[in-house]
Design a protein around this ligand. Sequence first.
Ligand SMILES: C[S@@+](CC[C@H](N)C(=O)[O-])C[C@H]1O[C@@H](n2cnc3c(N)ncnc32)[C@H](O)[C@@H]1O
Length: 157
Amino acid sequence: MKIELMVIGKTSARYLQEGIDNYVKRTNYYMPFDIRYIPDIKSTKAMTEEKQKEKEGELFLNALTPGDVLVLLDERGKEMTSREFASYIDRKSVTVSKRLVFVVGGPYGFSPAMYERADDKISLSKMTFSHEMVRLFFVEQTYRAMTILRGEPYHHD
Ligand SMILES: C[S@@+](CC[C@H](N)C(=O)[O-])C[C@H]1O[C@@H](n2cnc3c(N)ncnc32)[C@H](O)[C@@H]1O
C-alpha cells in the first residue's frame, strides 16, 4: 500500500514546507508516502464558495484512479488517538492494495461530490486549522503512526 496526501496549491509558508518535507522523508523509511499537489484553481474571486468547492472537488476526483481509497481530513470526521490512527493504517494496509489517499480540502472545505465519493472522514481535532497547517499535522501523525506500529520510542502516552 502507498499513502498519499492530496492537497490543493503549494505550501506557501516555508516554515511549514520544511517540516512537511522532513516528516514525508522520515515516513518513507517505513512505507511509500507522497504528497500530491493539485494546482490551485484560477479566478476564485469571481466564484461563489460553492462553485470553488465544486471545481476543487472535480480536480481531486479526476486525480483518483479506480481502487483508490479516499479519506477526507475533516474537522467533523471521526476523532482518533494517535494509537487508533496507527491501527487504522495497519488495518488499511491489509485491505488496500493500491493507494490510501487522504485529502485536505480548500479554504471552504469539500464539495458534496467529495463527501459522496469518500470512504472515510477523519478529524485531527474539533478545532479548524488552516489548509496548510493541516498538512504538517497530518504528516507528523503519519510518521508517529509508523513508529507506533514498529514499537519505536517516539510516541509516549
Ligand atoms: C480552513 S479548513 C476549511 C473549513 C471549512 N469551513 C469546512 O467546513 O470544512 C481547510 C481544510 O483543512 C482541513 N482541516 C481543517 N481543520 C481540520 C481538522 N481539525 N481535522 C481535519 N482536517 C482539518 C480540512 O480538509 C478542511 O477542508
